[in-house]
Design a protein around this ligand. Structure first.
Ligand code: BEZ
Length: 304
């Protein structure tokens, strides 16, 4: 039986199952490796080796994984990030988002929680007036919501004027209005339907009309969808609205809010739901433009 003392022993045998092998791979990094990269790669090599030992990974299984990663690369371009989607379905983007946000904010109490950006944000959404709508050609099954709230500083409680609240959501068919040349989304929606950027007033307030969000599936035609199927999981995201909020002197916030009545809340296919981000849509009175209302206040931390 091989032992760690056999590592690079006189007979040339390399005990790849032993920890000495892993130490040897880690030790092959040269002195000019950046310290953070050394830290990350040391842990990655250690965990990947331990994973292979734990599950006794076979060559065929490893090659199936390599092919899946290659497929993700082949499907990806500037408009589609299948590698990100693969990470999403195993919870990695949510985990990294939480580590990044918690580290930067030191878990400040009262702060609005973050959630992953997802693939559908656009940098060119139009600035719209408070009190106007982001929903055009509203679908017959769409319910209109008047959403409003206040953006404040978590440290001082004061309103943040001139903050931008960038909002985007899918339509009731589960599709986002995308750039016209973008694959897989809805060319029937007008450009920048269900998107807009609102600026807070002197009291930190914003408001707009939007759709009550509905659940929708993530793209299923690539390795992320394939992996979900192999793991006997569904592809749905719970009903949500995306927000990106920026104010001068504050740390920007990317988040999503989730309809507390949605049946997929407890099993989001990309694991983005947090308790603090669940919201309730309530009936709106005396407004012919909306049947529902949502007040959502946002609290930002000061920038580092
Ligand atoms: C979304 O928000 O729609 C989304 C997020 C992550 C992966 C796929 C879709």
């Amino acid at each position: 039986m091989a032992s760690s003392t056999d590592q690079n022993g006189q007979n040339g045998y390399v005990d790849v199952l032993g920890l000495e092998f892993t130490r040897n791979v880690i030790g092959s990094m040269g002195p000019d490796t950046w310290p953070r990269l050394r830290e990350v790669m040391t842990a990655l090599i250690k965990h990947v080796h331990d994973f292979a030992r734990d599950v006794q990974l076979t060559t065929d299984e490893w090659m199936a994984g390599v092919q899946m990663i290659n497929w993700a690369g082949q499907m990806s371009d500037s408009k589609r990030n299948e590698g990100q989607l693969l990470c999403d379905v195993i919870g990695l983007e949510s985990l990294v988002d939480d580590i990044t946000f918690s580290a930067a904010t030191k878990s400040t109490s009262g702060l609005t929680a973050s959630a992953i950006l997802g693939p559908f944000w656009r940098s060119d959404a139009p600035i719209r007036e408070n009190g106007t709508t982001i929903t055009f050609d509203t679908p017959e099954d769409g319910q209109i919501v008047f959403m409003h709230g206040k953006v404040t500083s978590v440290e001082t409680g004061r309103p943040l004027a001139n903050a931008t609240v960038d909002v985007w959501q899918a339509s009731t068919n589960g599709k986002n209005s995308e750039r016209l040349d973008c694959r897989g989304q809805d060319s029937k929606q007008r450009d920048c339907n269900l998107r807009g950027v609102f600026k807070t007033d002197s009291e930190g307030k914003y408001s707009f009309y939007c759709l009550r969000p509905t659940p929708y599936p993530i793209p299923q035609d690539g390795p992320a969808g394939k992996l979900l199927g192999l793991m006997d999981r569904h592809v749905f995201r719970p009903a949500h609205i995306h927000l990106m909020v920026c104010a001068s002197g504050c740390r920007s916030l990317t988040t999503q809010i989730f309809d507390e009545d949605c049946k997929y809340l407890g099993n989001d296919s990309v694991f983005a739901v947090k308790d603090d981000l669940k919201v309730r849509f309530v009936p709106r009175k005396d407004d012919p433009r909306a049947e529902l209302e949502l007040e959502y206040n946002i609290s930002l931390a000061k920038a580092a």
